[in-house]
Design a protein around this ligand. Structure first.
Ligand code: GLY
Length: 337
């Protein structure tokens, strides 16, 4: 009799735990082992751009994607994947970050960057650096090696002195293309025309970023930029403001690109994460809410990866250099639509 009773009690608990397991699996989408998304800036790039330039952009996006994907496929961390991906974009003068940074009104290049580890909620940010070749790597050092989160201008340079990040003469950031843009921006600022040309619109945009989920389920986000062409003394954009241009937690990792002032005023990257958390909506629903309902047409674009390894990339500007891939073989590389 005791044996039969024990058998029934054990069976009862086994059935109960089976039900609980099934319940916890209900509604959980299948996980991708890893995923990554990157951007090279949202804006108003003309579809009429020369074919060889279009191909050069597409190839650069492919190369950047391959760097991060390989790290993740080999079991590397999301932080390593996004740092190395952003390093590549910073070294590529086609994009507004690192080597290709735009000019300030005073004819300088002042760079901003931020990185966030979703598994610890730790972050590092810097603004207004002029001698750091790869600002995202300095931001990562701020996150991991300093007791502070955000260093600005001279302070960020002083902090850089205490690290092994690569330094360059400020003239390293000079590119003729960006200098010409500054001259045009300044000339047109003097004109009285109220109609904004695509060229003028483009001065507000550009940035690079990457977000990833690794095989351990950790999420991370990184963003780096030269900011806005013709920006004034000490102007700080959205990128290094944690929660505006860059944010990651255990649910989602987000990087923004576009008009920094608008992105900041809507605390955009955190808004995407908070809407998912508080409303229980999917990544795509939250992305649609942010891009279509919170921001106004022409403001910004975003890339994000969620804890299931889903990626989403969306802009309400005319274009966004972007690419994404995951462990299931899904891949997207695009500029328009
Ligand atoms: N989104 C880059 C900036 O406005 O600085």
């Amino acid at each position: 009799m005791r044996r039969i009773t024990t058998f029934f009690i054990l069976s009862f608990f086994l059935i109960l735990s089976g039900c609980q397991l099934q319940e916890s699996q209900v509604g959980e989408p299948p996980q991708k082992e890893w995923s990554i998304a990157l951007h090279g800036g949202a804006g108003y790039v003309s579809k009429d751009m020369p074919e060889d330039r279009k191909e050069a952009y597409m190839q650069s996006l492919e190369e950047a994607l391959a760097i991060g994907s390989e790290i993740l496929e080999n079991g590397g961390t999301a932080l390593d994947a996004i740092e190395k991906t952003v390093n590549y974009l910073e070294d590529n003068e086609m994009f507004n970050a690192g080597k290709g940074a735009v000019f300030t009104a005073e004819g300088k290049n002042e760079l901003d960057a931020a990185i966030m580890d979703g598994s610890t909620l730790n972050a590092g940010a810097i603004t207004g650096v002029t001698t750091v070749k790869n600002p995202i790597s300095l931001a990562r050092k701020v996150m991991t090696d300093s007791k502070h989160v955000f260093f600005a201008a001279d302070g960020a340079e002083t902090y850089a002195d205490q690290t092994d990040v690569e330094r360059v003469d400020p003239s390293y950031f000079y590119t003729e293309r960006r200098y010409e843009s500054l001259k045009r921006a300044q000339a047109e600022e003097q004109s009285s025309s109220l109609i904004e040309t695509d060229d003028q619109k483009a001065w507000k945009y550009g940035t690079v970023g990457a977000v990833a989920k690794d095989k351990n389920g950790n999420l991370a986000a990184a963003t780096s930029t030269g900011g806005m062409t013709n920006k004034r003394y000490g102007r700080v954009g959205d990128v290094p403001i944690i929660g505006s241009g860059t944010y990651a937690n255990d649910l989602v990792a987000v990087s923004a690109t576009g008009w920094g002032e608008k992105i900041m005023l809507n605390v955009s990257a955190h808004t995407l994460a908070a809407y998912m958390e508080y409303k229980g909506v999917t990544l795509q629903e939250s992305m649609n809410y942010l891009v279509d309902d919170v921001l106004e047409p022409g403001d910004a674009g975003f890339i994000a990866v969620d804890k299931y390894g889903n990626f989403s990339m969306k802009t309400n500007t005319g274009s966004m250099f972007r690419a994404a891939a995951d462990s299931e073989g899904n891949k997207e590389v695009a500029i328009w639509e």
